[in-house]
Design a protein around this ligand. Structure first.
Ligand code: HGY
Ligand code: MN
Ligand code: MN
Length: 405
């Protein structure tokens, strides 16, 4: 019986459900994400794919012997807190089905499925951590020192999950094995719905970064401290959140979000001593993103000072705007002439790898247009259409590897 994308997605539908937030919470190296990794290894092994986990925790499933210049597809299994079912897993499940179809078609040529860890950056704070380590975009010592909300370092968590932190870092041999990387992903927007098409080809990824704004005030008792005597960082933080929205709203195509705000110590009857909040800022022009961060930082310091507090802004990650390889994009259009070419405001491992290997993306229609929330959705027929489109593109790309070997 030929497995379907929706059949594979049904196999993992109950893994990592979040009863409090709704949707799924599958942080990297959590029990849920580990179970998903085991599911993928099982599904790949049952197809006779050769599975290995590399030094950075990336899982590779090879159809045939690993070889340089291979055609690689895949995505990620980790999620944001309370995320949807499809962001990441759809690309992994579609890759498995596409590989089945390539086998049925007798396709030859070196090919692999890659599953990248910590794409969302939900546990250790930096998105696409696996592909950044692979490509050398982040120094291993910086990555290994990253701490999760419980204070555990990546080094500690990696070691507890059977990885050797001393081996983390740029992996030239693994990079050489990627000739082309093509990632299929649920569309995180309404482009395909509005165009009434099931599949799109990716053109670009909006530049985006993450900055931590730490506002320090004076912790004190909620009942004994007069209002006039307070230096309350929560009040300053509230003004900063509203300022972020007003600054970004004035700039076309800018997107600014404070999705995470953590008061310390966080007691109901306690005036916080510090509030950490994280700014997610995106714009097509990297220079304008930089300008907006400076503007927001200046105003945050002013707003903090008005409350007798101080604000410190520190950059956690930045990914410039990415335009996918035009030759690959056009080649995908030749294979999928009906597919519109669409940009995305969401980051992906394909974006990180773009400076190292030819990378492209396919997007599959999401009727709700919503992502990073439980209502993210893909209809079964579109999921199968996406996998078939991926198989068609991979088959075309494999012709190159045949010529090379
Ligand atoms: O945040 C993003 O854009 C991606 O979903 N990691
Ligand atoms: Mn994703
Ligand atoms: Mn995502």
């Amino acid at each position: 019986m030929t497995e379907t994308v929706s059949g594979l997605m049904a196999q993992i539908a109950d893994i990592g459900r979040d009863p409090v937030r709704g949707g799924y919470s599958r942080p990297v190296h959590s029990a849920a994400e580990t179970t998903l990794r085991e599911w993928f290894v099982g599904a790949a092994s049952s197809r006779g794919l050769e599975v290995e986990t590399d030094r950075n925790g990336i899982i590779w499933a090879w159809d045939g012997d690993p070889a340089d210049g291979a055609v690689v597809t895949g995505s990620h299994l980790d999620s944001v807190p309370g995320g949807g079912a499809f962001d990441g897993p759809l690309g992994v499940a579609s890759a498995l089905v596409a590989f089945d179809q390539l086998r049925d078609r007798g396709a030859t040529g070196a090919r692999a499925i890659a599953v990248f860890p910590e794409e969302e950056g939900s546990r250790f704070g930096i998105a696409c951590l696996g592909s950044r380590l692979l490509s050398g975009a982040i120094a291993p010592e910086k990555a290994l020192a990253l701490r999760d909300p419980d204070g555990l370092t990546l080094a500690e968590v990696a070691r507890a999950n059977g990885l050797d932190p001393t081996r983390f870092g740029r992996d030239p041999a693994a990079l050489r094995r990627i000739g082309t990387f093509l990632e299929l992903h649920v569309e995180q927007g309404r482009g395909l719905v509005d165009l009434n098409q099931p599949v799109a080809i990716g053109s670009s990824i909006l530049g985006h970064g993450r900055w931590r704004i730490s506002i320090a005030g004076e912790g004190n008792h909620a009942g004994t401290t007069l209002m006039a005597d307070r230096h309350d960082p929560m009040v300053a933080a509230a003004h900063v959140v509203c300022m972020v929205r007003s600054v970004a709203s004035g700039i076309p195509d800018a997107r600014a979000t404070v999705g995470r705000l953590v008061p310390v110590p966080g007691g109901t009857n306690v005036i916080a001593s510090r509030v950490d909040l994280w700014l997610d800022l995106r714009h097509p022009e990297d220079g304008l993103t930089r300008y907006l961060v400076d503007e927001i930082g200046t105003r945050a310091r002013e707003l903090a000072a008005e409350e007798g507090c101080t604000a410190l802004v520190s950059e956690e990650s930045f990914s410039p705007t990415v335009d996918f390889d035009p030759a690959l994009r056009d080649r995908l259009s030749a294979v999928l002439p009906e597919a519109p070419v669409l940009g995305t405001g969401a980051g992906h491992d394909a974006g990180v790898l773009k400076d190292h290997v030819a990378t492209g993306m396919l997007f599959v229609r999401n009727p709700t247009g919503v992502s990073h929330a439980p209502s993210e959705y893909v209809e079964d027929p579109d999921a199968e259409t996406g996998a078939a489109a991926l198989a068609d593109c991979l088959e075309d790309l494999l012709k190159d590897t045949d010529r090379k070997h």
